[in-house]
Design a protein around this ligand. Structure first.
Ligand code: UAG
Ligand code: ATP
Length: 564
């Protein structure tokens, strides 16, 4: 039965966060109906108390409960969600779904409400959210759904997909690291991929708001934690796989397997895999095994032979070719074996943005979009030049100062390669650090990359979180020192905190022909040190420091400094 969500108000349909927003219309169930629905789909579930209060929503955190919700109480790394059953009931939960361990914890509260048990809690919560919120109805009224996974390039590629779809006349939605967008409205985002309850409520909400196309970043955490279960994408794309998140996955093989879960029949109809290296090849093979050859498209974007030559088109379905420098970006073509040719360009700097643009163009093509209209839009440079906050953002041209989100080895390497100055006397200066608590093995590796690709390396703090910042900097610096001992490019190594002073020092050291990269934090506006969020926007710091040295900055950043 359809029900009006009591907490939803059309006037403020988009005022809230991913955690609080709900669609206006939901499908009402009793605990008994939830049990039958799950049972019919082969889930092993038990109904322990069948109170008939209507279930109107679903939440997996007691702090998010709205009246009528099913509270899914999950075991966690720190605590079992069932310890918060009392809070959930007080907030109006109509029923609780938990596992055996949870039943024990909520036995004092659960007698008053519907109670269900399964040992596969994360496995059921996505499909159940899809059922309650009606995120992808059978009538096909859901938006066209795109997903992008990979170590680097997810955010940029989703912005590019959306930009193409907007130029084709769609109203678009986006879920990703920087923000959640519903048409023109921005909804704050905590995670790259929200929890499954939020993913489904957001998709439904966007459908109600007239959004016809939506692009989502899907992290490997999301796939392991089953945050996109119950979502079926029209096209899912893969950018690349390089070292990151080994704290969660342990090995690159496990990391690859996590990402490969996106390319399975339950989750996507078609896959576009950038298959430039062994990990791309491996991902393509996993996708073919799961989806069948006819549903997997292999894209080649590695630019050997000076960008000029096409690889074997029997091996790859699409290939990037004819890449030429144009302004700070590139023009390029993506060609299919049968001769289909998409010509385009992007003004986002760096060769990796050409790969991201090629992937976005092919993903939209493979969604079955009218190819003539698509070709016409791709021919306009602005189509693949969206503003992507904090990704290769150019703050000034003299010196060249760029703020970028590179926070892992491959991204740092590629960002540094992209800003090597054309002038022979130009130096490259890099300011960066490493995140606390996350993958520690990448710290010296990133230091070494900086030492090999820059003349001046300034090691500073990223987000130390609850880890002591000084040892993190020391681990990064050890990598820079190693590069120095090996006779690499680096001439000067500095270790400076706080980050604002490191940025100011980099600009003081720069001449007009030099290039400065401030890497790691991109769009972020708060630095988390020992549980405290300190206000810090690299773009504002760079612009301020440039002005202090008498350099001019691009108008958008002048405005940011004025506002700050
Ligand atoms: C490492 C990780 O991903 N942890 C996830 C995991 O947390 P956990 O097992 O520690 O949960 P817990 O704190 O023990 O709590 C157990 C349960 O009790 C609930 N709870 C807890 C407290 C309370 O008062 N009430 C309540 O109901 C929690 O919602 C949870 O369901 O389960 C939680 C609930 O499902 C997630 O929110 C949490 O993500 C945290 C917030 C997180 O920061 N994740 C990051 C690392 C992440 O997922 N990042 C990726 C991107 C990575 C990248 O590419 O850079 C992302 O997609 O954002
Ligand atoms: N295709 C690519 N290959 C390698 N590096 C890239 C690529 N695209 C972007 N980068 C680099 O990675 C950084 C992050 O880019 P982006 O935000 O688009 O990726 P992401 O996968 O969403 O990352 P995250 O999940 O960490 O937010 C950029 O700032 C840039 O330095």
């Amino acid at each position: 039965m359809k029900a009006q969500n009591p907490m939803s108000n059309n006037d403020s349909a988009l005022a809230g966060t991913a955690q609080t927003l709900r669609p206006a219309t939901v499908k009402e169930h009793t605990a008994q109906e939830i049990f039958t629905w799950l049972n019919d789909r082969g889930f092993d579930v038990e109904l322990l108390s069948e109170e008939n209060a209507p279930i109107l929503g679903i939440a997996m955190d007691s702090r998010e409960i709205q009246p009528g919700d099913l509270y899914v109480a999950l075991p966690g790394a720190k605590v079992h969600g069932a310890s918060f059953a009392k809070t959930a009931v007080e907030a109006g939960a109509a029923a609780i779904l938990t596992n055996r361990a949870g039943l024990e914890l909520c036995k004092d509260t659960s007698s008053q409400i519907g109670l269900l048990r399964t040992e596969n809690l994360r496995g059921v919560v996505g499909p159940l959210s899809a059922e309650i919120y009606g995120s992808q109805p059978a009538d096909g009224s859901a938006p066209t759904l795109f997903a992008v996974t990979g170590t680097n390039g997810k955010t940029t590629t989703t912005y590019m997909v959306n930009s193409i779809m907007q130029h084709l006349g769609h109203t678009t939605g986006l879920i990703g690291t920087i923000e959640i967008l519903a048409g023109g409205a921005s909804i704050p985002s905590k995670l790259t991929t929200p929890e499954s309850t939020h993913v489904h409520s957001l998709i439904s909400l966007m459908r109600e708001q007239g959004i016809t196309s939506m692009a989502m970043e899907v992290s490997s955490h999301a796939l392991d934690y089953r945050r996109v279960d119950g979502v079926k994408y029209d096209v899912a794309g893969f950018t690349n796989l390089t070292q990151d998140h080994l704290d969660l996955h342990g090995t690159m093989e496990n990391y690859c397997d996590s990402k490969a879960q996106l390319f399975t029949p339950d989750r996507t109809s078609r896959a576009v895999i950038t298959a430039d290296d062994q990990w791309g090849e491996s991902m393509a093979q996993k996708a073919i095994d799961a989806l069948g050859r006819e549903n997997v498209v292999r894209l080649f974007t590695a630019h050997g032979n000076g960008y000029e030559s096409l690889p074997e088109l029997e091996t790859f379905d699409w290939a990037l070719t004819a890449v030429r420098r144009q302004g700070i970006g590139h023009s390029f073509e993506v060609v299919r074996g049968d001769g289909v040719r998409l010509k385009s360009s992007t003004q986002l700097p760096a060769d990796f943005n050409v790969s991201n643009a090629a992937l976005a163009a092919v993903m939209v093509y493979e969604a079955g979009i009218d190819s003539n209209a698509l070709e016409a839009q791709l021919a306009e440079t602005e189509t693949l030049t969206p503003v992507v906050p904090g990704r290769m953002q150019l703050i000034s041209t003299e010196p060249t100062a760029i703020v970028d989100f590179a926070h892992n080895p491959d991204a740092l390497q590629r960002a540094l390669e992209a800003l090597d100055p054309a002038e022979e006397d130009g130096k490259v200066i890099v300011v960066f650090g490493a995140t606390g608590e996350r993958d520690q093995t990448k710290r010296p590796i990133m230091g070494e990359i900086a030492g090999r690709n820059a003349d001046i390396v300034i090691v500073t703090d990223d987000d130390p979180h609850d880890e002591a910042p000084e040892p993190i900097r020391a681990e990064v610096e050890a990598g820079v020192q190693k590069a120095n001992q090996d006779g690499a490019r680096v001439q000067q190594i500095l270790n400076i905190e706080p980050r604002s002073q490191a940025i100011a020092r980099a600009i003081e050291l720069a001449g007009p022909h030099d290039s400065i990269l401030v890497a790691g934090r991109g769009h972020e506006v708060a630095q988390e040190v020992a549980g405290v969020d300190l206000e810090l926007d690299d773009r504002v710091e760079v612009a301020r420091s440039l002005q202090a040295q008498g350099y001019s900055v691009l108008p958008a950043y002048q405005a940011m400094v004025d506002e700050a």
